[in-house]
Design a protein around this ligand. Sequence first.
Ligand code: AMP
Ligand code: MG
Length: 319
Amino acid sequence: MPFQTEIGTQISEAVKWLQQGQIVGIPTETVYGLAGNGLDTQAVSRIFEAKNRPFFDPLILHVADLTSVYNCVREFPEEAKKLALAFWPGPLTLVLPKSDQVPDLVTAGSSAVAMRIPQHPMALALLRELSYPLAAPSANPFTYVSPTTAQHVYDQLQGKIPYILDGGNATIGLESTIVSFADGPARVLRLGGISLEALWNVLPKLQVDIQFAPKGTESPGQLDHHYAPRCALIPLDSLTENLDAQANLLLFSQKSEDPTGSHIHYLSPQGDLNEAAAALFSLLRSFDDRQLDRVYFEWAPQEGLGRAINDRLSRAQKK
Ligand code: AMP
Ligand code: MG
């Protein structure tokens, strides 16, 4: 059924639609989510359908407090509790053995469920109104760049959902960091809004299960096509010939020798990693809006949130 999609700031309006089993756009500090009742398989299948997301890609459940996490999980290991204490509410997702009440559709058949307590005040206020967790993947068509504003959600899901709760620009701008406690030693599955350095401060032995490919190196099978804009992204350090003076450049920070003009784009002129993370997805979208064919980019420093930025750039360059 097509909807007249509305953007607004009424939590009660989002609640109304959710209670009817519909799905809505919601703000979080990472990116905007496409949310539905995580215990209702019909609402959850609406999420997959609207995003064109394959059913083998599991969803994260969002809740407002630890009691609600306990309802969804069978075990909460001590190490996971330490991370929860340090980083919740916030951009961290913990994968934990699931309880029976979580539908297999949410976890793609896995016996573990991904849980997060987000930090965005509007997301928390909404979750507190509900008696169930919200399954909420990023509110974009599968494989496209994640939305960081309500307008981004509208641009791509207009007509498919009734309501988008507008909570302003996502302040982190990158998806959550995912740490799994599903089997064997705890390990990081996805880089995101909490840096590895911050995690290692709490759990010094935490392992990382991600192939970094920040220098354009090929790692077949490790990189998917997530986060990809339509325009081609080419790492500057892979070039063998000189660039055209008008070539579009996405630079990490501003240097005195940089060329000037509207074809030069900065993640953060000051070189601030938080600012760069928050700007990344909006800039990638703007290249598509302007129908640019190709943009040459500079990697971020490989530290802190720079690792997650490079991870997304690395995936975005794959076609
Ligand atoms: P997002 O697209 O930001 O909603 O994040 C969903 C991602 O979280 C999935 O693509 C998986 O990588 C990860 N994830 C979600 N649920 C699970 C799970 N049960 N086990 C392992 N990874 C999961
Ligand atoms: Mg996503």
